[in-house]
Design a protein around this ligand. Structure first.
Ligand code: KIV
Length: 263
């Protein structure tokens, strides 16, 4: 049986081995990714990949709870992270009430919130009240509308200094690990060195404490756009389309079902 990671064992991997994180949104895929991952992230990216929206901003706490429960059912031995959607952690009290709702209505092991220094007080309040928190700094998908697009961070001295402040603030507030997204590799490496908790990169180069990818990107199911940082480990879209075409052809020509598929 797979040994489930804990906050303690996750922290202990720092400097020892890289962590593997992948997103999943349903029980079926969670079961498939469980054997090879340390942590499963139920990302609010599900609003794009699952619900077909243009960004993550309209996902709701109810959706996150529904999908987190599905993932936990499929991957009972996985450390599961529930992403807090846009608008659900605008202040300490709102954040705590919503995080408690997640903890009471799902078996999620922790929640993830986007933001650095500006969210430190909220992270501390959550941690002080028994909620384990994974931070998320750098490119923040929930800021896509306010920033007018997805912007790689760490290109200027000012941004680099802010990223370091963000990472330290997230750590000092009590987060046990953090995601760093869309950041120049050199600065992500520097940040990884200046905090004692694991830093999991996505589009942040190799010199971090682990990697996270969205499953539909890495398995090639999302055809519309492939970000530079994504490696496709499978051509899922082609495989699915070919298989469905095959099925359709066989239905049309009445070569399916055969005797062995018939009662
Ligand atoms: O929502 C998500 O899938 C994420 C990853 C991009 C880290 O936050």
């Amino acid at each position: 049986m797979i040994k489930k990671m804990t906050i303690t064992s996750i922290k202990k991997t720092k400097g020892v081995r890289p962590l593997v994180m992948i997103t999943a949104y349903d029980a079926l895929f969670a079961r498939l990714v469980e054997p090879s991952s340390d942590m499963i992230l139920v990302g609010d990216s599900l609003n794009m990949t699952f619900a077909g929206k243009d960004d993550t901003l309209s996902s709701t706490i109810e959706q996150m709870i529904y999908h987190t429960n599905a993932v936990c059912m499929g991957a009972k031995n996985s450390f599961v992270i529930c992403d807090m959607p846009f608008g659900t952690y605008i202040n300490k009290n709102t954040a705590l009430l919503n995080a408690i709702k997640v903890f009471q209505e799902t078996p999620a092991d922790c929640i993830k919130i986007e933001g650095g220094e500006d969210k430190a007080e909220i992270i501390k309040h959550l941690c002080d009240n028994g909620i384990a928190v994974c931070g998320h700094i750098g490119l923040l998908p929930q800021a896509v509308r306010s920033e007018g697009g997805y912007k790689v961070k760490g290109k200027t001295d000012e941004e680099q200094l802010q990223l370091i402040k963000d990472a330290k603030a997230v750590e000092n507030a009590g987060a046990f690990c953090m995601v760093i997204e869309g950041v120049k590799a050199e600065i992500a490496a520097e940040i990884t060195k200046c905090v004692d908790i694991p830093v999991i990169g996505i589009g942040a180069g190799a010199d971090v404490d682990g990697q996270v990818l969205v499953f539909s990107d890495m398995l090639g199911f999302y055809e519309e756009f492939t970000p530079k940082f994504v490696k496709k480990y499978l051509d899922g879209a082609t495989l699915v389309k070919d298989a469905v075409k095959n099925y359709a052809d066989e239905v049309s020509t009445k070569t399916f079902p055969k005797k062995e598929h018939t009662y």
